[in-house]
Design a binder for this molecule. Structure first.
Ligand SMILES: CC#C[C@H]1NC(N)=Nc2cc3[nH]c(NC)nc3cc21
Length: 372
């Protein structure tokens, strides 16, 4: 019903699903992890490595790119895929969350959110119409509706007010998106904080408007994992099973495994690259903080069985040295090692669901993490 559906479900195993999302710039295998290339670059990595690590799709941010270098400029240069050289599927966030978390002097009205740029203090207005216009200029394969994000914890009344405004902005975002060529997608974002009734009302409202896919927003902002998982349990079943579900800003390998188990198809998180820059590695056997002195004389690599050369060949002692010395190469190696592990995990998840062995995969993966 409603908008064309570019999502093909290949197999399910319990509530977990694996599928393919076809976009104008290529196919995305789900469950998918989207590395975050906020301002048109994957910090510390070449795009070639992002692709080799197994990523099908990356994320960019309307907020950052509209402020610098500018959406019209990127459009004139052929769009974000050509401008960056990634040349694959890209999803862009709408700016709602970034304005809340980055901008100064934010003011929200029915019409738009206005704020001062964190770069040069210029006054900027971001309405649903402008956010969609920017995402169309960027040429993103998947655009996100403009929403109003409240910091949690918040009063129930404030969460409800923001949820209802976001629904009216969802309607305006969809109307502004209507001119997009075939194949380009727009996702709605379920709001409602940690209040089940508000989550249901938000999901129902979005489904009535109709989107190509649905994101679960307003989580991964520091709440306990149990709260996040409870919200997914409330929200995922209220969304159409034939459309992709995207859990924004999530998360650790453990968060993603639990969310896939509850029917989530898409993820994005800065953790693999950000933690990499701070010396923390994600591996098959759990996390390793290379800043720790215990690695100073350890000749072993992070993971002898890793599919990624640097994880298989670089001695922990060397990585420890690079991190302590603040060498750029340390941030680069750990960023690629972490992105490669996140993609390795997603590949294993997709394969397990396709073979009906997700429960076994879930158990064994968590055992391996505990061994680390
Ligand atoms: C309320 C709300 C909401 C969502 N709205 C939009 N546009 N983007 C998001 C990005 C997020 N990142 C994280 N955690 C890192 N949670 C997010 C939530 C949202």
């Amino acid at each position: 019903t409603g908008l064309p559906n570019h999502f093909e479900l290949l197999a399910t195993d319990g509530a977990a699903r694996t599928g393919r999302l076809t976009t104008p710039h290529g196919v995305v295998r789900t469950p998918a992890f989207m590395p975050v290339g906020t301002a048109g670059a994957m910090k510390g990595m070449h795009w070639r490595e992002v692709r080799e690590a197994g990523a099908d799709i990356v994320l960019g941010n309307t907020y950052h790119l509209m402020l610098r270098p500018g959406a019209e400029r990127i459009a004139a240069l052929g769009g974000l895929q050509r401008f960056t050289g990634w040349n694959g599927p890209m999803l862009t966030d709408s700016g709602g969350f970034q304005v809340m978390s980055l901008a100064d002097l934010r003011k929200v009205s029915e019409h738009a959110v206005t704020f001062r740029s964190h770069i040069d203090g210029a006054k900027v207005e971001l309405s649903p119409e402008r956010s969609i216009e920017v995402q169309r200029f960027l040429g993103s394969d998947i655009a996100m509706q403009m929403d109003e994000c409240v910091r949690l914890p918040a009063e129930r009344d404030d969460i409800e007010r923001a949820m209802r405004l976001s629904l009216r902005w969802a309607e305006r975002s969809k109307r502004a998106f209507e001119s997009a060529p075939d194949g380009y997608m727009l996702f709605g974002i379920v709001q409602g904080g940690d209040v089940p009734q508000l989550r249901h009302a938000s999901a129902q409202g979005l489904v009535e408007i109709g989107f190509h896919g649905y994101a679960i927003g307003g989580l991964a902002v520091g709440e306990p994992q149990a709260v996040m998982l409870a919200m997914i349990d409330e929200t995922a079943p209220a969304l159409p099973s034939e459309r992709p579900r995207y859990l924004m800003g999530v998360g650790t390998p453990d968060d993603m495994l639990e969310a896939v188990k509850r029917g989530v198809d898409m993820f994005d998180c800065v953790m693999p690259t950000r933690n990499g820059r701070h010396g923390v590695a994600f591996t098959r056997l759990g996390q390793v903080n290379l800043r720790n002195a215990r690695h100073a004389d350890d000749p072993r690599p992070l993971d002898e069985e890793s599919s990624w050369p640097s994880a298989r060949n670089c001695a922990r002692a060397y990585l420890h040295h690079l991190v302590k010395a603040g060498e750029t190469l340390g941030a680069m190696l750990l960023s690629e090692i972490n992105i490669a592990y996140y993609q390795f995990l997603m590949h294993g998840i997709r394969d397990a669901i396709a073979h009906g062995t997700f429960e076994e995969f879930y158990r064994r993966t968590r055992e391996d993490w505990a061994r680390g």
